[in-house]
Design a binder for this molecule. Structure first.
Ligand SMILES: Nc1ncnc2c1ncn2[C@@H]1O[C@H](COP(=O)(O)OP(=O)(O)O)[C@@H](O)[C@H]1O
Ligand SMILES: [Mg+2]
Length: 247
């Protein structure tokens, strides 16, 4: 089966999706949402709300216990494992725990997706150096992950996830280990990728970023998902401000 992205199909469609880990309680309940091509969403919710679990359904690591997930137009539960693996190649993931390869340098971790795709070494050298410099790691390219700080490892993981310009980028709390200035810089990297057509979903607790960028939110609360439209925060803030100012 061909797993080319179907033209104009939503990037993801969740229909009545529930999920539980073997024998455990239902973590995600009757989830319904659509990601249009080129959209940008934050994913929010308290720790334990199910963000990482929902992302794992989006990158096809888990299948739903109930309901249907379509990715790039394909019903993922009906696909052969190999076809799911092919679809997954279009997805870049920044894992909450990074999952870097410790025996490879920062450079080689980021280069890996390009090497697998058969890109020429001279191009790899240019792309990877540029991107690592952009995330402030120009002096750590030859360092192995165990010798990097948490924030540095996080930036290597981000560079690895975006180097291939994936169709869908999923990032699980990608700014949890960096300061505010770097968090904004990384968000701008995701925005640039989004401008080139990548659909982006970023799980975050960072209220400052959510307010600053104002993207719509997939919000999880006790396993239920609601979609909060763009800029509601800004509108709420301006209403509060205007009420105070008008009296
Ligand atoms: N591998 C797993 N096996 C069983 N339960 C899990 C597993 N991973 C997460 N959970 C449980 O699922 C719930 C949601 O977790 P998670 O998706 O990690 O939430 P979040 O990312 O929002 O903090 C939590 O109650 C957590 O304990
Ligand atoms: Mg999580």
């Amino acid at each position: 089966m061909s797993t080319q992205t179907k033209l104009n199909a939503p990037v993801a469609e969740f229909n009545g999706v529930s999920f539980r880990y073997d024998g455990g309680p239902e973590i995600l309940k009757d989830i319904q949402f659509t990601l249009s091509p080129g959209s940008f969403h934050f994913m929010t919710g308290e720790s334990g709300a199910g963000k990482t679990s929902l992302l794992s359904l989006l990158y096809l690591y888990h299948l739903p216990t109930k309901g249907r997930v379509r990715l790039f137009g394909y019903p993922v539960d009906e696909m052969a494992r190999l076809d799911r693996a092919k679809l997954r190649r279009q997805i870049g993931v920044v894992f909450q725990d990074f999952r870097l390869l410790n025996h490879l340098t920062a450079f080689d971790n980021v280069a890996l997706p390009l090497r697998i795709a058969g890109v020429k070494e001279s191009e790899i050298r240019r792309h990877v150096s540029e991107l690592l410099a952009w995330v402030g790691l120009e002096n750590q390219m030859k360092t192995h992950p165990p010798e990097l700080s948490g924030g540095e490892q996080q930036r290597v993981a981000i560079a690895r996830a975006v180097i291939n310009r994936p169709t869908l980028l999923l990032a699980d709390e990608p700014t949890g280990n960096v300061d505010d200035a770097m968090a904004k810089r990384l968000l701008h990297l995701f925005l640039e990728l989004n401008k080139l057509g990548t659909t982006v979903v970023i799980a975050t607790h960072n209220e400052g970023l959510i307010r600053h960028f104002g993207f719509p939110r997939l919000h999880l609360d006790k396993g239920h998902l609601s979609v909060v439209p763009q800029n509601q925060y800004k509108e709420m803030a301006s209403k509060l401000f205007n009420r105070g100012g008008a009296q």
